[in-house]
Design a protein around this ligand. Sequence first.
Ligand SMILES: *[C@@H]1O[C@H](CO)[C@@H](O)[C@H](O)[C@H]1NC(C)=O
Ligand SMILES: *[C@@H]1O[C@H](CO)[C@@H](O)[C@H](O)[C@H]1NC(C)=O
Ligand SMILES: *[C@@H]1O[C@H](CO)[C@@H](O)[C@H](O)[C@H]1NC(C)=O
Ligand SMILES: *[C@@H]1O[C@H](CO)[C@@H](O)[C@H](O)[C@H]1NC(C)=O
Ligand SMILES: *[C@@H]1O[C@H](CO)[C@@H](O)[C@H](O)[C@H]1NC(C)=O
Length: 324
Amino acid sequence: MGFSLFVFLPFLLLTYSVADPISELRSLLDLKASLDPENLHLGSWVASGDPCGGTFEGVACNENGQVANISLQGKGLAGRLSPAIGGLKHLTGLYLHYNSLYGEIPLEIANLTELSDLYLNVNNLSAEIPPGLGDMQNLQVVQLCYNQLTGSIPTQLGSLKKLNVIALQSNLLTGAIPASLGKLEVLMRLDLSFNRLFGSIPTKLADVPMLEVLDVRNNTLSGNVPLALKRLVDGFRYANNPGLCGDGFSSLRSCTVSDSPNSERPEPYTGGETGLPTKNIPETADLNLNCSGGPCSKTSKTPQASVAIGVIVVIVIVSSVGIL
Ligand SMILES: *[C@@H]1O[C@H](CO)[C@@H](O)[C@H](O)[C@H]1NC(C)=O
Ligand SMILES: *[C@@H]1O[C@H](CO)[C@@H](O)[C@H](O)[C@H]1NC(C)=O
Ligand SMILES: *[C@@H]1O[C@H](CO)[C@@H](O)[C@H](O)[C@H]1NC(C)=O
Ligand SMILES: *[C@@H]1O[C@H](CO)[C@@H](O)[C@H](O)[C@H]1NC(C)=O
Ligand SMILES: *[C@@H]1O[C@H](CO)[C@@H](O)[C@H](O)[C@H]1NC(C)=O
C-alpha cells in the first residue's frame, strides 16, 4: 500500500504543476467579488467565459493558457484584494495601482512565486506588509507606496535576489531599515521616504552595487550616515530626519559621542512625538553582520530548495525502479 503511494507521488506532483483553467477561473471570480463588490467595472469576468479568450478585461495569459498578468490600474476599483489571488500561481504581473483598494494585503500573495511585478501603489491598503513576500523569489519591482501600511519593513525582503525597485514611500511604516537590504545585488532604487522609520541607516546599504536612489526623507532616522553613500550624489535624499549626523554631507551636522549607535543614551530629540518606543528595538534587524564578501550571502533558502529537489529526485528514482 505504502509502496504504491510512493510510486504515484511523483505523478501527483507533476499533475499539480500543469494548468488548471477551472481553478484559475474560480480564483478570478472570487477576486472580482472582492475587488469590485458593486460589479461596476469587471462585468466582463463571467463564469461562462474563458479567462484566456481575450474577453476578460485586464487579464492576459501565457502560452500555456495560464493567467499571467492582471492589469487593472486606475479602474476605480473600490474593494479588497482577496486571498484568492494566491490561486493564480502563474501570475507574473499584478498591476492594481491607482485604485481605492482597502484592507490588508493577503498573506496568500506569497504563493505567487512567479510574480515579478507587484504594483499596489496609490490605494488605501492597511495593516502590515506580509513577510511572505520574502518567498517570492522572482520579484523585481515592489510598488506599495502611497497606502496606509503599518508595521515594519520585513527583513525577508533581503533574500529577493532579483529586486530592482522597492517603493514604500508615504505609508505609516515604523521600525528600523533592515540591514538585510544591503544584500540586494541588483537593487537600484529604494524609496522609504515619508514614513515613521527610526534607528540608523545600515552601513551595509552603501554596499549595494547598483544602487542609484536611496530616499529616506521625512522619517525619524538618527545616527551617523555612512560616508560611502556620498557616491549616490543627488540620489541620496535624507532631508527632515533631525537625528541624522555625518561629516561630508553639507546639510548634516557633525556627529558627536552621543550619536554613537552603541551608546545606550536616551534619544536626544523628541522621537517620542509619535509615541513610539525607540529604546529596546535593535537598530538593524539583521544579525548576519559578517557578509561583506559574498559566500555567506547565500541565504538559507538555497540549501532548503536543494534538499527538496534531492528528495524528489530520490523518490523518482525509487519509483522508476518500482515500475521496472
Ligand atoms: C505581462 O506584462 C508585462 C509587463 O507589462 C509584459 O512584458 C508581458 O509580456 C505580459 N505578459 C503577458 C503574457 O501578457
Ligand atoms: C497557497 O499555497 C499553499 C501551499 O502550497 C496552499 O495550501 C494554499 O491553498 C494556497 N493558497 C491559495 C489561496 O491558493
Ligand atoms: C483613501 O481614503 C481616504 C479617506 O477615506 C480618501 O480621502 C482617499 O481619497 C483614499 N485614497 C485613495 C487612493 O483611494
Ligand atoms: C516633512 O518634514 C518637514 C519637516 O519636518 C515637514 O514640514 C513636512 O510637513 C513633512 N512632510 C510630510 C509630507 O510629512
Ligand atoms: C568575518 O570573517 C572573516 C573571514 O571570513 C574573519 O576573519 C572575521 O573574524 C569575521 N568577523 C566576525 C565579526 O565574525
